[in-house]
Design a protein around this ligand. Structure first.
Ligand code: SF4
Ligand code: SF4
Length: 89
């Protein structure tokens, strides 16, 4: 391989890695806990969560789709019983 070929190969290699770095995405994951002793099943969290995390079952809120959570804090703000904790993990 000539020196020019080696340089060109290195150039292509560096381009490949830099374009891979550009498409790398980071995601934040949230843990959602509902204290069933505090929850009265009012369903405010289920109605106002923009990504449908909660289901109400037997007058209790269940965070069945935590993978959808955006961490917006709406559910925590609307819960009058302070039953919801959202933690970034
Ligand atoms: S807003 Fe609070 S009390 Fe109401 S259903 Fe959700 S967790 Fe339960
Ligand atoms: S923090 Fe926002 S997105 Fe996450 S569960 Fe609560 S209301 Fe839904």
């Amino acid at each position: 391989m000539t020196p020019i070929c080696i340089l060109y190969t290195k150039f292509l290699s560096s381009q490949k890695w830099s374009s891979m770095a550009r498409v790398k995405k980071e995601y934040t994951v949230y843990l959602i806990k509902v204290d069933s002793l505090k929850c009265n099943g009012c369903a405010q969290c289920a109605e106002l969560c923009p990504v449908d995390v909660f289901e109400i079952d037997k007058e209790k809120s269940l965070p069945l789709r935590p993978q959808n959570c955006l961490g917006c804090g709406t559910c925590v703000a609307v819960c009058e019983n302070e039953a919801i904790i959202v933690t970034e993990i």
